[in-house]
Ligand binder design. Sequence first.
Ligand code: GDP
Ligand code: MG
Length: 339
Amino acid sequence: MVSFRREKFVPFGGPYGGDGGDGGSVILVAEPHQRTLASFKGRKFIAAQNGGPGGNKKMSGKKGEDRYAPVPAGTVVYEKKGDEKVILADLAVEGDKVVVARGGKGGWGNIHFATPTRQVPEIAKPGKLGEERELILELKLIADVGIIGKPNAGKSTLVSIATKAKPKIAAYPFTTIEPVLGVVDVGWGVFTIAEIPGLIEGAHVGRGLGREFLRHAERTKLFIHLIDGSSSEPEKDWLQVNQEIKLYSRDMAEKEQILVVNKIDILQVKENLPGIKKRLKGDGKEIYFISAATGEGVKELMAYIAKRLNELANIVKEEEKPLKVFRPVPVDTKETLTE
Ligand code: GDP
Ligand code: MG
């Protein structure tokens, strides 16, 4: 503000205009009880409060309030730059936050501009505009265990029988906004499990939806590789899915897999079991046999997974640090406030 002190007994009162208030910042924060990004659907604009104008009598304007927008843990924040997207933050853990748009700086009132030779400064310095950013938010599924396998292997059925989640069997309308994630309780331990649906040929080159789904599997600690025992070539199915994963990401290909043959309730599958065993046993791994439909063998499988997750947690505890959070440095106020 530009103003001058005018009072009866104060001749030459001098400049009296106060500073403008800083604008608030927009901050994304990972909060408990946030499970999805549904609240951002169709949302166009999130703004923090403006700073208040400077006033007479050297009064500074009010600082604008920051705006906190809650997101679920596992949200990855990108800035959209043309066709590119640049990662700003990975809000992996509850409490993680990132300032995505810094508030503007309030201007300087004319009280700052009086000098011995310029006693009637009719100038004020305008404030700086706040930042504006276009963001892309992605929710990475953070399940402990991902179920991979060809379509119809029984992945959805297994999730529904092992947890209280109610995925649609067969036609699975997967969206990145509402991933289906179930909680398995084995009595002495709890873990989360999620179906990685639609792993189809060509997934790694972005054909179909496979790539989208795989992206969500990156952080699982291990995979259940579910094989349809009633398939004409279970071994081929198994190799094909592995090949897809390898082409997508080497890291994911190295992730531990538990081999599980499903649908052993079917008579023909039962009869073929010795043959399936022999062919899959090729890499010397233990194989579990279940029926997701009747529940046979599921309890044992889940107990084994809980045990294995405990072991893995002990191994990685030391080396695995939480993902870094991007915290922009504060604005250099000096630059803003000098003429
Ligand atoms: P997804 O595509 O891997 O998710 O497979 P779904 O869970 O949707 O199952 C595909 C089909 O296989 C459905 O018709 C299920 O009812 C059936 N199915 C799943 N598990 C079993 C099982 O253990 N035994 C039998 N007989 N059928 C099963
Ligand atoms: Mg399914």
